[in-house]
Design a protein around this ligand. Sequence first.
Ligand code: DGJ
Length: 734
Amino acid sequence: MDIRYNERSRTFTITAGDSSYVIGIADKEGFIGHVYYGAAIAEEPMYLLRIDEPPFVPTKNNRDRGSFMDTFPCEFPGNGLGDYRDGAVEVIDAGGHRAIKLTYEGHNIIDGKPALAGLPATFETDGARAKTLEIYAKDEALNVKAVLRYSVFEDSDAIIRSTELINESATPVLITKIMSASLDMDSEDFEFLSLHGSWARERQIDIRPIGYGKTSVGSVKGESSHQEHPFMALIEKGSTQEKGRVYGFSFVYSGNFLAQAEKTQFDSVRVMMGINPQGFKWELKPGDSFQSPEVVMVYSDCGLGKMSRTYHDLYRGHLIRSPYKDKERPILINNWEATYFDFNTEKLLDIAREAKKSGIEMLVMDDGWFGRRNDDNSSLGDWNVNEEKLPGGLKYLVDEVNKIGLKFGIWMEPEMISPDSDLYRAHPDWAIQIPGREGVRSRNQYVLDLTRKEVLEHTWNSIKTVLSSANIEYLKWDMNRQITDIGSAELGRDNQGELSHRYMLAVYKLQERLVKEFPNLLLENCSGGGARFDAGMLYYSPQIWCSDDTDAIERLGIQEGTAIVYPLSSMGAHVSDCPNHTVGRVTPFETRGNVALAGTFGYELDITKIPQEDRDMIPFQTATYHKYNKLVRSGDYYRVASFRENHYYDCFGVVSKDKSEALFTFVQVMGRPNYHSRVIRIPGLLPDVKYVVEGVSEEPEEWLGSTLEKAGLRIGNLWGDYKSLLIHISKADD
Ligand code: DGJ
């Protein structure tokens, strides 16, 4: 880790592990140029800024300033002054003009990494310090200043960027766009990797060429969303898990976002990521500043696998804060797919009693315990217990569950309000809405305007009252609709464009209070499945519900896409009953367990009703979880084969940091005629060490790490669809 300024060449070199990032100041005007990002280099190749090529810099040839502006590889491009590529920042000044150009004013290199007020962000730890470069850039005509921040950690290849805009003028400025990071590179036939999806089909890997013009993904749904994801990677064509140059960009934010690559007439590509400018407008009063969320950039010249492992380590070590992050999570059983809204104390206690026998450790009561909520049409906002279902209230139920020997967790959807609720009847104006329009309902609910102080305080008190009323050790925080009708009763005409970002800041504020006031609570974020599985939420909860699709085969793709960026320790994964409630597929109970073991692990079924042979397998599965969870939680992730690509089988695993142990999961998705066996190559082990391999043949076998990596293991036909194996590999005794 290093950040250097070379006075002679006027360059900054940021070194993060195996990668270098070089920024140069060009010309007397102080244009801030993007020189280089890639594998570590020892010099500053300023020639990459091409300032000696026609049309030259403006001080030598002002006649062609426009051409210069449109070709210069810029570090943080402005708007309206000759650069026709998309700008990273756009404003409207007091006169209604939209031009902005930020040039170098100064810089500072500091130890540590400043926190971002009100926003989730990566942080340094005692074991791994950080350094930060702040570049100050100014538009003299507007008297507006930007602080471009770049941070690196001792133990990571990642570079973290964010932008702050400060109004030093005497009049307000409206920000209409502010990206967290932007950079210009030569286009080298990169492809664009993104994670697209839908409800129950989140984070599917999509790879497409970057053609001329703009290639982008984004959300304007008020959350990171099921459909597109705040992550993109530019990957060299033909990149694999082990090979290829790969640039990853992950946004530490849970609201509207834009991730874009723009290929130009000159075969350069401008990459940018930040809050989606669509619908965004922020009034920056004199003296005020606006802080953008941060982007985590990771470069790998050894393919996607190394990039993923860098993100996993960074997010485990420098983003997730929960006391649970390095601990086994209690194995939970959730009653959603077991009962939906149809449950009562007796039913829950029956489930708890049966669960206890099989080694399950916590009962989670899902939606339907409050108000008059017997379906999803009412009561959100009325967080008082439905005593018809739960006589004696939460306290009685939780005490009984605790007596059985299980912990207790609960579901809430604090951000919402049902039109059919006492809360709405008392405060109809508390919903986000546009006066004079009937609000768009989704799942028959509206979104609370948490940007209003009294609404936020009321919501906080509801959460606090519920959590304090009994021994509740886990909270599933759900959010089941996207935001429409952007309108807040408290914002004026020029400020409605602030609502979506203010809303996210309010959600972060609530969750920050939650983790501070209930430090031992295990928080799991959720949004209609996995619509808020993002780096922003990981700052508050160590695990996030991955998807409402619990089918083991669908989960292979969902968990593969999720693991491109996020550690296995964060992926909410449960074993459910069959036929699967989302796709109707019937898979072996064993495979459902093996796939869920790659996440936080739990159950989502009526344990009192499932077939006896399935129930009999649970004690073995819960014991397997305890045996391997530390490895799964903290090891290095490797993707060996992808069902998405080969259409037959899937294989992934983890190798412990000291390489003494590994666990690989193989799923034969499709049985095939004339299919005999498959060779899978096991990466990540020490070549000269003998390992014991269990789970492939009847008896354990011993092989060198190099044999396992180069020759691989032969997996025989498992006879049938959806069969799976857990392959355990451990260092043989010397
Ligand atoms: C969506 C979640 O993803 C489900 O697990 C469940 O909690 C429902 N909401 C409850 O309404």
